[in-house]
Ligand binder design. Sequence first.
Ligand SMILES: [Zn+2]
Length: 134
Amino acid sequence: MFCGIVADEVPSFRVADEPDGVAFLDTRPVFKGHVLVVPRTHLVTLADLPPESLAGYFGLVRRLTVAVESALGAGGTFVAMNNKVSQSVPHLHTHVVPRTKGDGLRGFFWPRTRYADDPEATSYAARVRTALSG
Ligand SMILES: [Zn+2]
């Protein structure tokens, strides 16, 4: 599924498309602007990521924490990755979730929301994409 998004065969609200990875909106976000960052090659867990890819992949994750925060006026971000257990898609992905003090997120219970429609999702993707390149 994520390989299809990387190949642009499956539609997504894309935020970044770079040699080190592809980032796009989670369609069932914890909070709107919740981004998933995946490596271009099919890997299942973090243990499968070659050491030489660490700096590039996590460099992109790092830049997205800055972009998500500034694009959405968030107070910060929550960065997380499930390996095997609770990993809904077997293609390595890191969650970058915008956080605001008092937003009600507790522990690892992740109540999901939905975008009102595609234009709303497109606008969230565009905001983060713009902040990433700025
Ligand atoms: Zn894959």
